[in-house]
Design a protein around this ligand. Structure first.
Ligand SMILES: Cc1cc2nc3c(=O)[nH]c(=O)nc-3n(C[C@H](O)[C@H](O)[C@H](O)COP(=O)(O)OP(=O)(O)OC[C@H]3O[C@@H](n4cnc5c(N)ncnc54)[C@H](O)[C@@H]3O)c2cc1C
Length: 557
C-alpha cells in the first residue's frame, strides 16, 4: 500500500518560508536580537520558549522526539528562516527541540509582541501564520512532542484521552502493550499494574495514571494558572462558534480577552462531521477545520485561551463593578464584562449502548451528508417538535422508509400544522405514537436493529442502520442558576424580556451578555452563533465606555 506523502514534503516551501531582508528589517521593531553559542538550546520540548525567532545568522537544527525519546531531524534553519510553532503564539511549551549548530544570531519576538506584529504586518503575518499552522499539522501527523498514551486500543479511557487531545489539536502518540514492546518496557520501568492502564508519559517526564482531562492538560502545559490580579475587559465562557467569534472581534478591536472552555474549542460545531450551510464553503467544511481556524485567528489577535477550564459560578465584585468567575479548580478569573456562550447539548436517549453507536449510526442532525448516508434504507427518527418534523420531511426524500416515533398521542400538540400535513402526505413515513425506544442492537459501533415499546403493551423490533434523535436541547446554564434570569427550559433570557432598556443580547444583569445556543430564542445554527458573537462586541464597547465614564465621575482626578 502506498504511504501518503507527509505535509512536510508536499508543502515544505510554505511551512518553512525564508523572509526577505526588507521584511526582517520591518520585524526588528517587535523583538530583540540575541546571540546563542554553538550547542545552545533555543527551544526544548515541554518548556516554554522565548517566542518566535527569525534567524539572522548561523544555523539551528529542529528535531522532533518520538515515544522512545529518540530524535529525528525536521529541518535546519538558516538565515531568514522563522523558528516557532503555534505553541509559541500562546506562550505554551515547545513541541520540538531547537539547537544552535554554530554561533546563532536571532531576532526573538516574545508572544505579547507577536500579536502586535500580526496586526501591523499583515502580508508577512499571513505567511508566518500559514507556516505555524502547517507546522502544527505536521506534528499532528507524527504525534511528536505530545504526550505518549500507553493503553489498549479501543479501551474507553484511551479513547477519552485521545479524543480530548484530538479535539484540541494537540499531538499525541499511543502505544498498545499488546503489540508494542516499547509500551511493555515503559510499563515495566514505571512498575505499572495492568489494571492502572492507561498511563500517560508527558513531555516533561511526568507520569500520569489514567488522568482526567484537566490533569493531563495541566501536565502538558495546554492550560496554565490564571493570573488572579489581571482584570480582562471581557471573559467569554465557551469556545464554540459564538465564543470564538466574540474573541476574534473583541481582541482584534483592542479589548483584552480571556476565553474559557471546559472541554475543547469548537463546541458542538467542532463535533460536526461536515457543515454544509456555513457561508463561503460551497463544498462544506468539517466542523473541526472551521473551528480550528477560528481558534488560531482569535489567538493571533491576542485572545488568551484557558482550555479546559470550567466556569462554575458568576459573581459580581461589588465596589469595582467587576465580575469574578469561579472556576472548577478553585481559581478565579476577573473581568469587567462577561459573555456567556456556553451553548447547549442535544438531549440523548436513555437507552443502553447509545454511546457505542453515536459515531456512525445515531445522529442529532439531518444535513445532506446524513441524507446521502441513509439513501434507500429504513430509518427511525425520534421527536415530535418542528426540528423532528423538518428532518422527517427532508430524510423521507432519500430514505426508503421513516419510522417516526413519538411519546405523545399525536403530533399536533408540538409540531406546526404545515409539517404535520406534509408528513401525512408522505407514503414512506409511518407515525408510531405513544411509543419509546427501548433498545439498540448491533456490533462494532454499527447499529443493526432498533426496538421500541408501545404504551399499549408489546415491543417492536425493526432492522435498521440509522437512528435520528430530535428530542430537544438542554442549555449549559446550570452554573448560572440564581445569577441570571433563565426561561422555563433554562435558556438565558436577553433583551426586553430580561429588563427594561435591555439590548438584544444583554441579560438581566448589567455587563453580562449571552449569545448563541444558550440564549433563549436564538437560532441554533453556526452562522447565527457567529453573528451574535460579532454583534455583542459593539455592545461590549458601549458598556465598557459607559462604565469608564462612571468610574471617572466617581473618582475625578
Ligand atoms: C452533530 C451536530 C452537527 C451540527 N451541524 C450543523 C450544521 O451543519 N450547520 C449549522 O449551522 N449548525 C450545526 N449544528 C448546530 C451548531 O453546532 C450550534 O448551533 C452551534 O455550535 C452553537 O454554537 P455556540 O457557540 O452557541 O455553542 P456550542 O457550540 O454549544 O459551544 C459551547 C461551548 O461552551 C462550553 N461550555 C459549556 N459550559 C461551560 C462552562 N460552564 N465553562 C466553560 N465552558 C463551558 C462547551 O464545552 C462548548 O465548547 C450542529 C450541531 C451538532 C451537535
Amino acid at each position: 500500500m502506498a504511504i501518503a506523502p507527509s505535509i512536510i514534503d508536499t508543502r515544505r516551501h510554505q511551512m518553512f518560508p525564508t523572509l526577505e531582508p526588507a521584511e526582517i528589517a520591518r520585524l526588528r521593531r517587535f523583538g530583540q536580537v540575541r546571540t546563542f553559542a554553538k550547542g545552545d538550546a533555543l527551544a526544548r520540548v515541554g518548556e516554554v520558549g522565548h517566542g518566535l525567532s527569525v534567524i539572522l545568522s548561523g544555523r539551528v537544527e529542529i528535531t522532533q522526539r518520538h515515544q522512545s525519546r529518540q530524535s529525528t531531524p525536521i529541518v535546519t534553519h538558516g538565515p531568514g528562516a522563522l523558528m516557532g510553532e503555534l505553541a509559541q503564539l500562546a506562550g505554551r511549551p515547545a513541541l520540538v527541540d531547537a539547537r544552535a549548530q554554530d554561533t546563532v544570531e536571532a531576532l526573538v519576538i516574545p508572544p505579547e509582541r507577536v500579536r502586535a506584529m500580526f496586526v501591523a504586518e499583515a502580508e508577512v503575518g499571513e505567511r508566518i501564520m500559514r507556516a505555524l499552522i502547517l507546522r502544527r499539522v505536521g506534528l499532528l501527523e507524527t504525534g511528536a512532542g505530545g504526550p505518549v498514551i500507553v493503553g489498549r486500543t479501543g479501551d474507553g479511557d484511551v479513547l477519552r484521552l485521545e479524543g480530548f487531545l484530538a479535539r484540541n489539536g494537540h499531538p499525541r502518540q499511543r502505544l498498545d502493550p499488546e503489540t508494542d514492546a516499547e509500551a511493555r518496557a515503559l510499563i515495566e520501568r514505571f512498575h505499572v499494574d495492568p489494571g492502572q492502564l492507561p498511563i500517560v508519559l508527558c513531555p516533561n517526564g511526568q507520569l500520569l495514571r489514567n488522568p482526567g482531562e484537566t490533569e493531563l492538560a495541566r501536565c502538558i502545559g495546554m492550560v496554565g494558572p490564571i493570573d488572579p490580579d489581571r482584570v480582562y475587559d471581557v471573559a467569554i465562557v465557551g469556545a464554540g462558534p459564538a465564543g470564538l467569534a466574540t474573541a476574534v472581534y473583541a481582541a482584534s478591536e483592542g479589548l483584552s480577552v480571556l476565553v474559557l472552555d471546559c472541554r475543547a474549542f469548537g463546541g458542538q460545531a467542532g463535533a460536526s462531521a461536515r457543515i454544509e450551510n456555513y457561508l463561503g464553503f460551497p463544498t462544506g467544511i468539517t466542523g473541526m477545520a472551521l473551528m480550528a481556524r477560528a481558534y488560531n485567528q482569535a489567538q493571533k489577535f491576542g485572545a488568551e485561551m484557558a482550555i479546559p477550564d470550567e466556569a462554575v459560578a458568576l459573581a459580581g465584585v461589588a465596589a469595582s463593578g467587576e465580575f469574578a468567575l469561579r472556576l472548577f479548580n478553585a481559581e478565579r478569573a476577573r473581568a469587567r464584562s462577561i459573555v456567556v456562550a456556553s451553548g447547549a447539548r442535544y438531549r440523548r436517549l436513555n437507552v443502553p449502548q447509545l454511546e457505542d453507536f453515536e459515531a456512525t449510526s445515531v445522529h442529532y442532525w439531518a444535513s445532506p451528508l446524513e441524507a446521502k448516508l441513509v439513501a434507500g434504507q429504513d430509518i427511525a427518527l425520534v421527536g415530535a417538535g418542528n426540528s423532528a418534523g423538518q428532518a422527517t420531511v427532508y430524510l423521507a426524500n432519500q430514505a426508503a422508509k421513516v419510522w417516526l416515533i413519538v411519546r405523545g398521542k399525536s403530533l399536533e400538540a408540538s409540531m406546526s400544522r404545515y409539517l404535520v400535513d406534509r408528513i401525512r402526505g408522505l407514503e414512506n413515513v409511518t407515525l408510531v405514537t405513544e411509543a419509546e425506544v427501548s433498545g439498540l442492537e448491533g456490533s462494532n459501533g454499527t447499529l443493526e436493529a432498533v426496538r421500541w415499546r408501545l404504551a399499549a403493551g408489546g415491543e417492536i423490533r425493526r432492522q435498521m442502520r440509522h437512528l435520528f434523535l430530535f428530542i430537544g436541547a438542554e442549555p449549559n446554564s446550570n452554573w448560572l442558576a440564581g445569577a441570571l434570569k433563565l426561561d422555563a427550559k433554562g435558556f438565558i433570557v436577553t433583551g426586553r424580556e430580561a429588563g427594561s432598556a435591555r439590548q438584544l443580547l444583554e441579560t438581566s444583569r448589567d455587563g453580562v451578555f449571552a449569545i448563541g445556543d444558550v440564549r433563549a430564542g436564538s437560532i441554533k445554527r453556526v452562522a447565527a452563533a457567529v453573528g451574535e458573537g460579532a454583534q455583542v462586541v459593539a455592545m461590549l464597547h458601549t458598556y465598557l465606555a459607559a462604565s469608564d465614564r462612571q468610574g471617572s465621575a466617581q473618582h475625578p482626578h
